[in-house]
Ligand binder design. Structure first.
Ligand SMILES: [Zn+2]
Length: 103
């Protein structure tokens, strides 16, 4: 996995409020996805698997439904979230989160 994808997966984990690993004295860089389930950003599959990306799309969709007037600010995100091309969806998710984090 390239470093850009690793950074983007980390960005998504933060957006999804995935808690950081709490098992290590010195933070190991992993995130806690469930009881005993820890992933580093390089092990996350947001960019490749729908079962990872769908909850992210659901969170963005809920946000945009609540604040529909802001839809147009995030170029094409709404439209791209309903395509079945995971690369396009992933890219739209990253665009959205970069925008969201500046609000
Ligand atoms: Zn750890």
């Amino acid at each position: 996995m390239d470093s850009k994808t690793i950074e983007q997966n980390k960005l998504i984990a933060e957006f999804m409020d995935i808690p950081k690993c709490d098992r290590c004295e010195e933070y190991c860089g992993r995130y806690k996805f469930g009881t005993g389930i820890y992933f580093e950003p390089s092990e996350m599959e947001y960019h490749a698997l729908w079962n990872w990306l769908m909850p992210v799309l659901a969170k963005i969709n809920a946000y945009q439904n609540d604040t529909w007037q802001r839809d147009i600010i995030v170029n094409g995100t709404i439209a791209t979230l309903i395509t079945l091309d995971i690369e396009k969806c992933y890219s739209a998710v990253i665009n959205f989160i970069n925008w969201y984090n500046k609000q």
